[in-house]
Design a protein around this ligand. Sequence first.
Ligand code: CAA
Length: 299
Amino acid sequence: MIAHGIRTVGVLGAGQMGLGIALVSALRAKVPVLLHDKSSDQVANGLAFADKLLAKDVSKGRISSEEAKEARDRISPVSDLSGFRDTDMVIEAVSENLALKQAIFSSFAKELSPSAILASNTSSISITKIAAATIPKGVSAASEEGKATAARVVGLHFFNPVPVMKLVELIPAIQTSQDTLDRARAFAVAAGKEVTVSKDVPGFVANALLMPFINEAITALENGIATRDDIDKTLKLGMNHPMGPLQLADFIGLDTCLAIQQTLYNGTSDSKYRPSILLERMVDAGWYGKKSGKGFYEY
Ligand code: CAA
């Protein structure tokens, strides 16, 4: 098997995804993790949650208290992006916003070593567009320098809750090198995940299939076809889904679902991806699902 060669990983974003990625990197891949978020409260809350998850794993006899302590000790917060300078791979897990991700990857390319892998946990945004943003102004994308810079970028899409979900989608940009892909895959496997590969299309495989399903459930509610509880119960008991689609939308975050659906719709112009008005209105109202205390359910 190909060695990932990652001695230290940087994780940008300590929200539900970033924290989970930091935890599996420290616990399963056993590499030191540098964690950064612009909000230090988010980092503190994330680390407190990691402590709880590790304590639960110890209490269930899955890991020893030494392993839990070692994993926790591998995670260190850093106060800015320059803290990632000596990492061999960085994984970005910030909100779904192309301009934000492009600015971040441009900084990564300046700060990190030319051999470092620059991975995005985006759930739908084009990895090719993110990779293009790493090329410095004045450098041609077709030059050797331009190609080598963008070749380090890859999509590494984890699923929520990261410690529980077994999958990572691996998404090559059209510029990604085989070496980047092989090492990113080896890292995901070391972190305990199974890997599937998707082309760089809007939503990749997972969200191109999941989001129309969630949107249909919201439209069914909007059209009064069934109650919230009956829509979710139908899918849970009729199809053995662990959560109904409305509960799952709350769990993912309605703002995230809307952002993904907008990327799908804008990227394909296909009406099957048009977000429902109800989803838009709920996000307008600040009802983001579980994380904000209200979505289709109250928390
Ligand atoms: N973080 C870490 N672990 C968590 C967790 C969280 N946020 N939430 C639950 N868990 C753990 C629990 O601690 C529990 O662990 P143990 O087995 O060690 O006790 C385990 O998950 C099961 O939890 P529960 O028994 O409390 O509840 P459950 O049986 O209903 O399972 C669930 C919870 C795993 C979340 C399950 O409901 C499920 O699989 N739901 C679907 C999740 C899903 O589809 N995720 C993908 C979303 S799409 C995505 O992430 C990608 C994207 O781009 C949008």
